[in-house]
Design a binder for this molecule. Structure first.
Ligand code: XIL
Length: 382
């Protein structure tokens, strides 16, 4: 489906792209095109949400926490829970077989611990951000694949034990419906090195391995593309719900479903449809989390920032209120500040007309946008 890019696996020189994005955004704000600052004073989203039993947090990058004071201050102010944007992915933690590197993840954990903020884990088993050595190892056959997966899960969970209590165990296992540019597997599961090596049971095996390692962790299955009111999303919802039901029936130790919520404004959103889906998942006895929310603008949006930000805020409001009404208790955005959003940095998810998405609660200059206020109003009113 056009506009449904697969998630890039990384491997792009991040610094180079970031440099361009930064130069661009600075120029825009220097020309005074940003809306008037709406300030950074007063309680942050996480504190507002906490008052009503809701957890708000965001994906963070260790290198930015260390290098950008304003970014660090924004996280201290707004995020009650941190998600490593890439620091807990396989390619970062185990770039070579048996050689683990927890340095960047540790930096996030320490920053959070010093401020009483929890960190959630993302992601143990995922087809992307997955190193070539592991692709090759898994291709050597099922016994080797099981051993490699088990060694990774066991090392990561034992090293982060008691410091991370909540993990995306399997990320994006559901295949996109026809019309997508992502590789299709047979059936309804995504083509991945894990599926090829172990068949559909890789999902169950990963959850069981994680539970065995630590019986008290919250184990989450995370996926995307199930939010909007299109036939494509309806099919993806059907596939995800069917998978979750199979896992629950087989008594697989799964505690929650993460809905990524990379929302797209060129698609209709229907709060009833989405709410019903969340309720159907919860009826299986699982929690539902919003794990990676951000909003891609439509290409036909007005030019000026005020109008754009208002439309983005309306979509955020419709989505978050439907999630909260359906019983979601955790809302996480994929980053906090537009300046560093993957929607700006990764060409595959960027706007095609050269403009830069404004899909996070804080603008380029770290100020609270309409989206922030929309979320604050909802969190205060739950
Ligand atoms: C993205 C990161 O934001 C990028 O910086 C990285 O290059 C690729 O991954 N779904 C997920 C996240 O589960 O891990 C992805 O994060 C975004 C889509």
């Amino acid at each position: 489906m056009p506009g449904t890019p697969s998630h890039p696996a990384g491997g792009v020189p991040r610094r180079a792209i970031l440099g361009t994005a930064l130069a661009c955004g600075t120029a825009l704000s220097a020309r005074g095109q940003q809306p008037a600052s709406s300030g950074q004073e007063g309680p942050g989203l996480w504190e507002i949400a906490r008052g009503r039993g809701i957890t708000f947090g965001a994906a963070v990058q260790a290198n930015l926490l260390a290098s950008d004071k304003a970014y660090e201050a924004a996280f201290a102010r707004e995020a009650g829970i941190l998600v490593p944007e890439f620091e807990a992915k396989w390619s970062t933690l185990q770039p070579k077989e048996g050689e683990f590197d927890f340095t960047q993840l540790d930096a996030i954990l320490q920053w959070g611990q010093a401020r009483g903020r929890a960190t959630r884990g993302h992601a143990l088993v995922w087809h992307t951000s997955f190193p070539q050595w592991a692709v090759e190892a898994l291709a050597e056959g099922a016994p080797r694949a099981r051993a490699v997966m088990g060694a990774h899960i066991s090392k990561v969970l034992s090293t982060t034990r008691l410091r991370i209590r909540d993990w995306d165990v399997v990320n994006e296992p559901v295949a996109d419906p026809p019309g997508s540019d992502t590789p299709q597997a047979e059936g309804e599961l995504r083509d991945s090195p894990f599926l090829r090596a172990l068949g559909p049971s890789y999902i169950e095996t990963a959850f069981r391995m994680a539970r065995e390692q630590d019986p008290t962790l919250r184990l989450v299955l995370n996926d995307y593309g199930v939010e909007e009111d299109t036939p494509w999303a309806a099919e993806k919802r059907r596939r995800l719900l069917a998978l979750v039901r199979r896992l629950v029936q087989a008594r697989v130790p799964i505690d929650a479903v993460g809905i990524q919520a990379h929302l797209q404004m060129d698609r209709p959103f229907n709060p009833q449809v989405f709410g019903d889906f969340v309720r159907a998942l919860r009826a299986e006895g699982l929690s539902v989390l919003v794990t990676e929310m951000d909003i891609r603008e439509a290409s036909n949006m007005p030019d000026d920032y005020v109008a754009r930000d208002r439309l983005v805020a309306e979509r955020a409001s419709a989505f978050v209120s439907s999630a909260l009404e359906a019983g979601v208790k955790t809302v996480l955005t994929w980053g906090l500040v537009d300046r560093y959003s993957w929607l700006v940095i990764e060409p595959a998810v960027g706007r095609r007309d050269g403009k830069l998405h404004r899909g996070l609660p804080l603008d380029w200059e770290y100020n609270r946008k309409e989206m922030w206020h929309a979320m604050a109003r909802l969190f205060a009113a739950v």
